[in-house]
Structures are given as structure tokens and as C-alpha cells.
Design a protein around this ligand. Structure first.
Ligand code: GDP
Ligand code: IMO
Ligand code: MG
Length: 423
């Protein structure tokens, strides 16, 4: 069996959770390698909806090992709440493993996320407020607290008191916020550490052995290509590496371990948070897509900004992730629209380009160049075979493939596990 990576190709929320859950039926292991509980992955199965944030979307299968690898940032309180939630729904969590290297999100990260956003004024990023950026900042600055430290009370206490003293200076002097009480944090969080300790180990060994042993391993991306710290729409990005290269660092595997890379895309484009969005629709069509597609954030409930499909973005995602195929979700949402526009290039004040720009001001200057295709009207949510799709839906799919130079191998026609067409 193979090691397959799944990555978001747009600004997140492409339906990664659903596709991982579908593929996890035949997998031995699912690995989350970056991000934290800023992610919200929805899995719908047997009439039950699961909103997973940190727990890998393979958790619904009792024989699947679920790994939260070293590149993830973990809010222990949020993770325990999520574990309690899935357990309540009858899901077994005994095959969960958490890496010793994963960094811990602590109350000062949450506070600094809120304070720094406020201080940015109108130039805020629109973060999820989960402390993700400040925690990765500490990791890069080499002052983070890792799971290994966290589950050893003496180490945790010493590091925590040390960090809180420094953070309090920043919180009070730079931002005018309220100082935190290190002892109170320690008393609360040492109880969380005690509960999580049983899952903590060196998961890079488990992943290596699974790959080497020919097991089927799925690497579950969070966020999306355009939220990547280096390749996304900087500074309107997250603080980790959602692109496929991020799996190597996040899970502790070499690039040769990855056999396939599937990009997850929506049949249109959405984004939550701020930043330029060339194909955004500020009109009735955008409103219709939001309503029909229920485009509201899984984590924060914010309305997602909606727009036409952007092939400049997908072409870029094919390139920077080395995609071998694409799963295109939510085709059903477009049913009923008279025309379907597809962005094939950008026009700036200086040039016409098919490549996604690196600079945010250049992106803000980009006007989409559209190709207009005829829409389809039929309810496609029950269709199982590609041949049975309306002609115009097939033309849409095949047009996109030609534009981006990548095969679309799965088509989502509804949120449930079985609402998927394989090609
Ligand atoms: P993720 O973060 O990439 O896992 O995506 P989210 O779960 O945040 O958002 C995707 C939303 O679309 C969820 O509510 C899914 O249940 C839903 N969804 C996924 N695939 C499809 C599809 O093909 N059709 C429809 N209508 N909904 C889908
Ligand atoms: P999934 O895995 C969509 C966005 C936030 C904000 C930016 C930075 O469900 O696709 P952060 O809290 O990470 O510092 O916020 O990134 N963002 C997401 N948008 N889906 C996600 O995850 C996201 N995770 C972060 O809205 O614009
Ligand atoms: Mg999501």
C-alpha cells in the first residue's frame, strides 16, 4: 500500500475531512502533521456529523492508528474537549498517538493572538484566535514548551514560570493587557497533562515503521496552499506549512516516503479571514453559493467569503504541492446557476499572467480573466457514476482539468461519505 498526502489547494475548508474519512476506510494510519485547532474538518457518517479540529479524520475507523505528529501545535484543553466529544458519540480513541515534539498552546498564546490582532487595527489577519501564530512564534524563537516538557511536571513548571514572566512583560508593557498567573496556569494544565500523558510518544518512529512496513498511510493536510506561511497570501496566512512539503518536517518523514499527493479543491472558491481574493463575489450569486453550500466557518462560525473557481490558484497548487490528482468537492452546490465562470488568468495594471503572484499588493491588483461555461440544473447529490452527471457538469470538470493540467479523480456531490463519484 502507499503513503498518500492530502492537501488543501485553496484557502482551507475544501472538504479535506470528508475525503480523508473516505480514504481512511482502507488505511492503517492517518497523520496530522501541522496546524492546530484552527482547523475544522467535517465528517458526516451515518447521520452523525463530527467536527474534528486536532484529532485526525481517521478516528472513526477502529483499526486506524491516528497520529498527531510533531509539527502540530496542541491546545490541551481543546484536545481533551474534542476527545470527550467524540467518545460521547461512541468513537474509540485508544489508537491515538501524540508526538513528544508537538508544541503546547498555553493561555498566553491565546491572549497574545487576541492582543496582537487588536493592535493591528484595520490590518488584522482575521485569525481563528486559537493561539496558533504565537505558539509557532515561540517554536521558531526556541522558547516553546513541547509535549515532552508538558507531561513532566517539574520540567513543565520551570519552563512555564520562566515563559510567563517574559510574556507578562509583553502583555502588560506592549499591549496594556492583564498579567497572567503562572501558578494558576500550572495547577490547571498539569491536570490536562496527566490525562494526555498516556498518548504521548515518538510518533516519527510509528510513522516510519508503518511506511517501511508497506502499510497504507494517509497524511491529513490542514488549512490550504494559500494559507501556507511561505507560499500563501502572506501576511494573510497561518503560521505553519500546509503544502505537501510540510508533511516531511511535520511528520518526520523523508520526501521519498510520499507516493501520491491528492489536492482537495472546492468547485468554487471560499476564504475566511482577511486578504485579497480576486474571484470574490459581492453579489447575489456569492450569497446564493454561501447559502446553498452552507459556507460558514467550522471553527468560528464566520460567514465564508465566496467566489468563482480560480484556475490560477489550482494551477499554483498543482505546482507547489506536486499534485498527482485532485478531489473536487461541492459540485452539487453549483447546481441551478445559469452560468459558471472560471478564472483562467489574471490581468494586472502591468501584465496578463497565468501564475499566482508572490506579492500581496500585486494580488490585490489582479483582475480575474473569466471563461464562461453553461451551468446545470439537475439535483446531482444522488449520482454515483460520472457518466450520469449532466453534460454541462462534465464539461465543467473537463475544462478545469485542461486548464490546470491535473486529473480530477474524485467528485464530491454531498457532505456524506457515500456522496462521491470516482473516476
Ligand atoms: P475541511 O476543513 O477541508 O475539512 O472542510 P470543512 O469541513 O471545514 O468544510 C467543508 C464543508 O463542506 C463541510 O461542511 C462538509 O460537510 C461539506 N462538504 C464536503 N464535501 C461536500 C460536497 O461534495 N458537497 C456538499 N454539499 N458539501 C460538502
Ligand atoms: P481547515 O483545516 C480556513 C485562516 C484564518 C485566518 C488565517 C490565520 O479547516 O481548512 P490562524 O488562526 O491560523 O493564525 O489564522 O488562516 N485559517 C483557516 N481558514 N480553514 C482552516 O483550516 C483555517 N485555519 C486557519 O481564518 O485567515
Ligand atoms: Mg475546515
Amino acid at each position: 500500500m502507499a503513503t498518500v498526502a492530502l492537501v488543501g489547494t485553496q484557502w482551507g475548508d475544501e472538504g479535506k475531512g470528508k475525503v480523508i474519512d473516505i480514504l481512511a476506510a482502507g488505511a492503517d494510519m492517518v497523520v496530522r502533521a501541522q496546524g492546530g485547532n484552527n482547523a475544522g474538518h467535517t465528517v458526516v457518517s451515518g447521520g452523525e456529523t463530527y467536527k474534528l479540529r486536532l484529532v485526525p479524520s481517521g478516528i472513526l475507523y477502529p483499526n486506524c492508528d491516528c497520529i498527531i505528529a510533531g509539527g502540530v501545535v496542541i491546545d490541551p484543553k481543546a484536545l481533551l474537549a474534542e476527545l470527550a466529544d467524540v467518545t460521547k458519540k461512541g468513537v474509540k480513541i485508544d489508537r491515538l498517538h501524540i508526538d513528544e515534539r508537538a508544541h503546547v498552546i498555553l493561555p498566553y498564546h491565546l491572549m497574545l493572538d487576541a492582543l496582537s490582532e487588536k493592535a493591528r487595527g484595520g490590518k488584522d489577519i482575521g485569525t481563528t484566535g486559537r493561539g496558533i501564530g504565537p505558539c509557532y512564534t515561540d517554536r521558531a524563537e526556541r522558547s516553546g514548551i513541547r509535549m515532552y516538557d508538558f507531561i513532566h511536571p517539574d520540567i513543565f513548571k520551570a519552563k512555564l514560570f520562566d515563559r510567563v514572566a517574559v510574556k507578562n512583560k509583553i502583555i502588560t508593557s506592549v499591549y496594556g493587557g492583564e498579567a497572567l498567573d503562572a501558578q494558576a496556569i500550572f495547577d490547571e494544565y498539569k491536570a490536562y497533562a496527566e490525562l494526555l500523558k498516556q498518548y504521548v510518544c515518538d510518533t516519527s518512529v510509528l510513522v516510519y515503521e508503518a511506511v517501511k512496513g508497506g502499510k497504507s498511510v494517509l497524511l491529513e493536510g490542514a488549512q490550504g496552499t494559500l494559507l501556507d506561511l511561505s507560499y500563501g497570501t502572506y501576511p494573510y496566512v497561518t503560521s505553519s506549512h500546509p503544502i505537501s512539503g510540510g508533511f516531511c518536517i511535520g511528520a518526520g518523514i523523508g520526501p521519498t516516503a510520499i507516493d501520491e499527493c491528492i489536492g482537495i479543491a472546492k468547485a468554487y472558491t471560499t476564504r475566511v479571514g482577511k486578504g485579497p481574493f480576486p474571484t470574490e463575489l459581492d453579489d447575489e450569486i456569492g450569497e446564493t453559493i454561501r447559502r446553498v453550500g452552507a459556507e460558514f466557518g467550522t471553527v468560528t462560525g464566520r460567514p465564508r467569503r465566496c467566489g468563482w473557481l480560480d484556475c490560477v490558484i489550482l494551477r499554483y497548487a498543482v505546482r507547489v504541492n506536486g499534485l498527482t490528482s485532485i478531489a473536487l468537492n461541492k459540485l452539487d452546490t453549483l447546481s441551478g446557476l445559469k452560468e459558471l465562470k472560471v478564472c483562467v488568468a489574471y490581468k494586472t495594471s502591468k501584465k496578463l499572467t497565468e501564475h499566482f503572484p508572490a506579492d500581496i499588493d500585486e494580488l490585490a491588483d489582479c483582475k480575474p480573466v473569466y471563461e464562461t461555461l453553461a451551468g446545470f440544473d439537475k439535483d446531482i447529490s444522488g449520482i454515483k457514476k460520472y457518466e450520469d452527471l449532466p453534460e454541462n457538469a462534465k464539461k465543467y470538470i473537463e475544462y478545469i482539468e485542461k486548464q490546470i493540467g491535473c486529473r480530477i479523480s474524485m467528485i464530491g456531490v454531498g457532505p456524506d461519505r457515500n456522496q462521491c463519484i470516482y473516476r
